[in-house]
Write a protein that binds this ligand. Structure first.
Ligand code: AMP
Ligand code: TRP
Length: 331
């Protein structure tokens, strides 16, 4: 483990995972676990930045999320899965970083602007929400991670992390690496309604979703609005059903494109075919689904042990940060 470089990524505990999570981030997590020392965090404090009022479902969401991580093949023998709030060193490093972060960096943050737009809000929810990327920088840098596998929407956040690392190293001492975002070939997946796939928009296809529900969602998808009758010529480039054929690995994707354009293939037929492939695809990307189904206790143990390990690493880096800032006096 010592000779391997470290990777960190995290997800807010929003519950069950969808194919956007998988295609944008999780599949890179699976790929990277042999090559790197991977730490994957349940960032529960980040979940509070926008929804702090009702925290009832948080614990169950953590378990559901981690069971889905395990189902796609995140291997607890190879990587560390931890809970942010169980490693309070993240909070102290966040505080130190908040001192050196100019307000403009967080105010200009494009992710925040997009989020406000998506949530229909005029201004940031609170102080913690504004500091979202500063906490994220602490999550990553406390493990000195050099890469951060995430979806495209997170790239500006990683840029702020790099800037904070650079500024800390310049002001005090060279403690932190400047980590890079690592994207998949599909860094942004759209949902069944054509907007970004997201739990809050209720447009997801879940990894462990009952297959009859998957069918229902696909059959209800919008297609090219100009293809009204079955034999009208369609425009696959404007149709998310077509994109999903590619995502689900349908080998007939080229024929589908041609048949849609010529009008031979109707949308209902096309969606039926997609349903078959999507269900096969979901089964193929969750090879451990049955093995971990309902294993809530196991998930808890994995997180407990992972958080304990992560804490040791985090303590060590925090010590270096305190030393660099000359905060080691004992009075
Ligand atoms: P979130 O649920 O927003 O905390 O996202 C967790 C991770 O999944 C982040 O790395 C996101 O960038 C990624 N992600 C979430 N939704 C999508 C999507 N629709 N397409 C691609 N990546 C996504
Ligand atoms: N902001 C990320 C998201 O919404 C979650 C996150 C928090 C994260 N801390 C992180 C991702 C550190 C990668 C690294 O998906």
């Amino acid at each position: 483990m010592d000779h391997k470089k470290t990777i960190f990524s995290g997800m807010r505990p929003t519950g069950k995972m969808h194919i956007g999570h998988y295609l944008g981030a999780l599949r890179n997590w699976v790929r990277l676990q042999n090559e790197y020392h991977c730490i994957f965090g349940v960032v529960d404090w980040h979940a509070l930045t926008t929804s702090f009022e009702n925290t009832d479902g948080l614990e169950q969401n953590i378990i559901d999320m981690v069971l889905d991580w395990l189902s796609v093949g995140i291997d607890p023998e190879q990587c560390t899965m931890m809970i942010q709030s169980q490693v309070p060193e993240h909070a102290e490093l966040h505080l130190l970083f908040s001192m050196i972060t100019p307000v403009g960096w967080v105010e200009r943050n494009p992710v925040l602007k997009q989020q406000l737009q998506d949530m229909g809000l005029k201004e940031v929810v609170g102080y913690g929400h504004l500091g979202y990327p500063v906490l994220m920088a602490a999550d990553i840098l406390i493990y000195k991670a050099i890469r951060v596998p995430v979806g495209e929407d997170q790239v500006p956040h990683i840029e702020i992390t790099r800037e904070i690392a650079r500024r800390f190293n310049y002001l005090y001492d060279k403690v932190f690496p400047e980590p890079e975002a690592l994207l998949t070939e599909t860094p942004r997946i759209l949902g069944v309604d054509g907007r970004k796939m997201s739990k809050s928009l209720d447009n997801t296809i879940g990894l462990s979703e009952p297959r009859d529900k998957v069918k229902k969602k696909i059959m209800g998808m919008f297609t090219d609005p100009e293809k009204i009758r079955k034999n009208d010529p369609g425009h696959p480039e404007r149709c998310n059903v077509y994109t999903f054929h590619g995502v689900a690995g349908n080998p007939r994707v080229k024929e589908i494109e041609a048949d849609c354009r010529s009008g031979v293939l109707g949308c209902v037929e096309c969606k039926k075919e997609l349903t078959t492939f999507m269900i096969q695809y979901l089964d193929s990307i969750t090879p451990f689904r049955e093995q971990y189904q309902g294993k809530e206790e196991l998930a808890r143990e994995i997180l407990y042990e992972g958080s304990r390990k992560a804490r040791q690493l985090a303590e060590s880096t925090l010590g270096e940060a305190r030393t660099a800032m000359k905060l080691t006096y004992q009075l």
